[in-house]
Design a protein around this ligand. Sequence first.
Ligand code: TRP
Ligand code: SF4
Length: 404
Amino acid sequence: MSTVNSQQRVLSGMRPTGQLHLGHLHGVLNNWVQLQHEYECFFFVADWHALTTHYGEPTIFEQHTIDMVIDWLAVGVNPGSAALFVQSKVPEHAELHLLLSMTTPLGWLERVPSYKDQQEKLQEKELGTYGFLGYPLLQAADILIYRAGFVPVGEDQVAHVELTREVARRFNHIYGREPGFEENALAAIKKMGKKAAKLYSQLRTSFQEQGDQEALEKAKALVSEQQNISLGDRERLYGYLEGGGKMILAEPQSLLTPSSKMPGLDGQKMSKSYNNTISLREPLEEVEKKISTMPTDPARVRLTDPGDPEKCPVWQLHQTYSDEKTKDWVVEGCKSAGIGCLECKKPVINAVVSELEPIQKEAEQYVKDPDMVRSIIAEGNETARDRAKETLAEVRTAMGLTSW
Ligand code: TRP
Ligand code: SF4
């Protein structure tokens, strides 16, 4: 058993795509802001992941990273509650990726649905690369190195978290149950010294025979107090308490991010590649212009033509931004041709503008002071590294790579 409580840890990553938009806010970001109050959170810029598909554009990463982190901060992701960091600045991810690659069958990676899908979708890029095939395993390393219990992701990433679970299970199976675990555990107990050894054995019996949780906690505390035992022995002592071997890597669960109901300006999903976004730092006049010129129900050619909100992307925006009263007014006014489309858009424009105003004010401060952003990232990198090193040390030992 590991000492960190993985049920308390949340990790998620985002590729550095530059400035974020309303779709991100109503999907991922608001979710992160919630989670940071309840969990120990790690949020990172997945720049190595971006390189697996955008290796031909090395100049974009730095600015995209800064812009994205500014947006995280501006919407209220709090560096005091969550470690915000950049993947490539925590090289431990890469070492764990390498080590996990030793035990991961190729077929597991070839079977990941996004592997073939993306290759077909991004035909203009050569994605028959080693890095691209390995990217879900890199993602597994991202997650496992923090022993995160929960991984907020969109639907498209669930298969990657599932792979991560398999990788962890296989690892624990191979390295957690070392041959002679029982004897090694008994030897480790002796090394604690007579008094502690006796207490440990009594507490273990109370837990195993009577399910005494308090005894289990006491025994764990006893193990954690031991000063002169190796990391491996410590893990054995934890593992022996609960009967199993060593659980070195924790199996994570995905926390499905509720998909954003925010449509793009054309009614499709809001996405940069569809060119239908309102970015979080969109100038407010531009917001007004973009919404004012959004298409509506094509049946409403003239003001006197009645329409149907179900056929109109503006109606979807009302779902996010308007109260019941306003929505009743829209349905009634649209179907009876009692209101014009521009009139109908006004409350949405006002709501988006007042949502974005404070975010933009916040962002402005960081844009003016990029050094501040850099120092927040540097601090996050450091916190992440400290945590990552703890896991990596155990993995190295388990795999027989002792420190010289
Ligand atoms: N693959 C994710 C994406 O493309 C980003 C990512 C990388 C990630 N590592 C992760 C997400 C670990 C969650 C956990 O969106
Ligand atoms: Fe859409 Fe509103 Fe116009 Fe109806 S009145 S078509 S809901 S914008």
